[in-house]
Design a protein around this ligand. Structure first.
Ligand code: ADP
Ligand code: MG
Length: 268
């Protein structure tokens, strides 16, 4: 990565080791996440992506190593300092996790009620601005059970950005969505980067989405970071593990059907 001053990094992770009981889950991760850009963390299921995210968010204490984010080493910080840092970040986790007994607007306003002394009218206007950003203005008074999968993700996104966070984290944003809804969500992520200058960290294994949104890609496998780079650098990687992940083509893409038939029939 270019420009290695400390200030152009939103997050710097050094030698991060995580164990669950006797099992080593992260095996010494080193990663720098640049400011104002989109970093995609990819890798097969079980690679340790969510665990890495949980450590960055201060939800899981690592065994050793450091995670510098917004002036705090999250790996060793006190609960109070982690709480302070977390106020400046937005998180949209897998599944959306909206509170089912509250309307969409009430879900989105939670942090404003909790962390500010703004009056109701201001809170309502701020909520509507965020709902508008995610194209959900008309869903303000709906209950979570009345939302489609794509709407629930967008509501979760509006909730994640209600405090104008410097950093936004997504775990598997497009999982369970149909391709066109997933593409809309990708577009929305790009808009947030451009419009709000946010640093965005996305965990996903959807290749289409990765190459549409990523400025940088970090590839994980079995608790290790096996490659980092721009999308072009990752595509050009000579690492067979990476090529294997990029070339997970379905069998239907076999184009020369005659040749394939000959292979199947032994030439007859
Ligand atoms: N709370 C936990 N307790 C024990 N093992 C866990 C826990 N969470 C995750 N793991 C294990 O850590 C490994 C990495 O999991 P995870 O970070 O969720 O991977 P990914 O998000 O890449 O699919 C997996 O083998 C998983 O079984
Ligand atoms: Mg995961």
């Amino acid at each position: 990565m270019s420009g290695n001053t400390t200030t152009d990094k939103a997050i710097t992770i050094r030698n991060l080791v995580v164990d669950y009981g006797p099992r080593r889950i992260l095996n010494g991760i080193n990663l720098e996440i640049p400011n104002g850009q989109i970093m995609v963390i990819m890798g097969q299921s079980g690679a340790g992506k969510s665990t890495l995210l949980r450590c960055i968010l201060g939800l899981k204490k690592p065994t050793s190593g450091s995670i510098h984010m917004l002036g705090t080493d999250i790996a060793t910080a006190s609960r109070t300092d982690i709480y302070k840092a977390r106020k400046q970040i937005g998180v949209a986790f897998q599944g959306g996790a909206l509170f089912s007994s509250m309307t969409v607007a009430e879900n989105i306003q939670l942090a404003l009620h909790e962390h500010t002394n703004l009056d109701e009218k201001t809170i309502q206007i701020m909520t509507r601005i965020k709902l508008d950003m995610v194209n959900m203005l008309e869903a303000e008074n709906l209950m979570p059970s009345e939302l489609s999968g794509g709407m629930a993700k967008r509501a979760a996104l509006a909730r994640a950005i209600i405090m104008d966070p410097k950093l936004l984290f997504f775990d598997e944003p497009s999982s369970g969505l149909d391709p066109s809804t997933a593409a809309e969500l990708d577009q929305l992520i790009l808009t947030l980067k451009k419009g709000m200058g946010m640093t965005i960290v996305v965990v996903t294994h959807e290749l289409d989405s990765i190459f549409k949104i990523a400025d940088h890609i970090a590839v994980m496998k079995d608790g290790n970071l096996i490659e980092t780079g721009t999308p072009q650098q990752i595509i050009a990687s000579t690492n067979p593990e990476i090529q294997g992940m990029l070339n997970r083509k379905p069998r239907e893409t076999i184009v020369d059907t005659d040749a394939h038939l000959r292979r199947l029939t032994g030439g007859f």
